[in-house]
Design a protein around this ligand. Structure first.
Ligand SMILES: Nc1ncnc2c1ncn2[C@@H]1O[C@H](COP(=O)(O)OP(=O)(O)OP(=O)(O)O)[C@@H](O)[C@H]1O
Ligand SMILES: [Mg+2]
Length: 361
């Protein structure tokens, strides 16, 4: 059994991270600074994870069962928009189980051989985490099917007539996949995960709890109404709440006495150009583009991406999910459209009543 003491502050992973390869972030992903900050604030135990109650309850059952049955946990897939806690859930599990975790990501695995060091390092019951698993090439995917099902891999030695396949047994490990796009995962891959958990946006109260806990981790005093203000403008996303908190803390240290009260939080958010709904400059630029350039839509994501000079993935993975959820935009068979709420939010006159039929094409 490994030590259960939490690793030192700032230590990147949870559990013991073995043979860890750098996690390759997708386009538009958070930078190094952001990664470091999130790692420092990431909960280490399930009881420290806020919200996602039903996911937590199911995981508690699986953890207890794995311990009682002395079996590895089933392979698990976490999906949901960026920053909602997929990596957090994956990294608390090895702590709870007292086991190790190896971490890699889909884009880092270009060929089956890239998987071998990880598969040969697994121990009974340990966890192998693959982030952005939908970006794993098909050949690697096919290579790990037998590893997931029967805990073995088939390795081809030699070439042509003399080629032969040897089957190598593996320890019984748990594969945890994370994806922002479960729709892009092939169905044989999806079916091999017995547990599939979807993470959804957080309520303002849950985010306020996260902000309060994290500010005490950062030795910063925050007033309850200031925590609510930051939470309310964090787009339902803990990672965004963390960056808003980080900024408010710097602002308070530089411009005030270091304490984050409501006025300080508001001034900090105003300076960061985060509006009442939590939209930032990039979100507003999206709405302005669709309204000004595309006359409110409908328009395709590629055309929007080209006009905004951003990768289409950044729009569809990071910007659009929250705008859709807030009903600032809608997706129709003919493309994205700005809604009345978007026009009103930008202070633009809404003159499209007659076009609403488009939504029901
Ligand atoms: N349920 C939670 N309770 C407390 N803090 C959380 C929770 N979920 C996420 N966080 C905080 O938000 C940060 C970002 O979460 P995490 O890195 O797990 O998101 P993710 O879903 O893996 O994102 P991505 O898709 O970009 O990889 C964490 O470092 C942690 O500080
Ligand atoms: Mg992650």
């Amino acid at each position: 059994m490994l030590s259960r003491f939490p690793p030192p502050f700032g230590y990147e992973g949870q559990g013991r991270v073995m043979a860890r390869q750098p996690i390759v972030q997708g386009g538009g992903g958070p930078g190094d600074d952001d990664q470091h900050r999130n790692a420092a604030l990431r909960p280490r135990w399930l009881r420290e994870v806020i919200g996602q109650q039903s996911v937590k309850q199911r995981l508690e059952i699986l953890l207890r069962a794995a311990k009682k049955l002395a079996e590895p946990m089933s392979h698990m897939l976490f999906d949901g928009p960026p920053g909602l806690g997929k990596t957090t859930f994956a990294t608390v599990l090895p702590n709870e189980l007292g086991t190790t975790i190896q971490m890699t990501s889909g884009p880092a695995l270009t060929k089956p051989a890239d998987m071998l060091p990880f598969l040969t390092n697994v121990t009974d019951g340990s966890i192998l985490f693959i982030d952005e698993i939908h970006r794993m090439p098909r050949v690697v995917e096919e290579f790990i099917y037998p590893a997931m099902e029967d805990f073995r891999v088939d390795i081809v030695l030699g070439e042509g007539m003399s080629a032969r396949t040897i089957s190598m047994p593996l320890k019984r490990f748990t594969l945890i996949g994370a994806t922002t796009r479960s729709g892009m995962l092939s169905s044989p891959m999806r079916d091999r995960f017995k547990i599939h958990e979807h993470l959804d946006y957080y309520t303002v109260d849950e985010l306020a709890q996260i902000v309060t806990i994290n500010s005490s981790k950062l030795n910063t005093v925050i007033a309850p109404d200031a925590a609510l203000e930051i939470a309310g403008r964090s787009r339902g996303t803990p990672r965004i709440a963390n960056s808003r908190l980080w900024w408010a803390r710097s602002f308070a240290a530089s411009e005030r006495d270091g304490t984050i009260d409501l006025a300080t939080a508001r001034a900090a958010l105003a300076m960061a150009e985060v509006d009442q709904l939590g939209l930032d400059k990039q979100d507003r630029r999206y709405l302005e583009t669709i309204i000004h350039v595309f006359a409110g839509g409908p328009t395709g994501v590629e055309a929007m991406a080209a006009t905004m000079n951003l990768p289409a993935d950044t729009l569809s993975d990071e910007i659009e999910p929250y705008l859709l959820r807030e009903q600032m935009i809608v997706r129709t068979p003919r493309g994205r459209m700005a809604t009345r709420k978007a026009y009103e939010h930008l202070g633009r006159p809404w003159d499209k009543e007659s076009d609403q039929g488009l939504l029901f094409d």
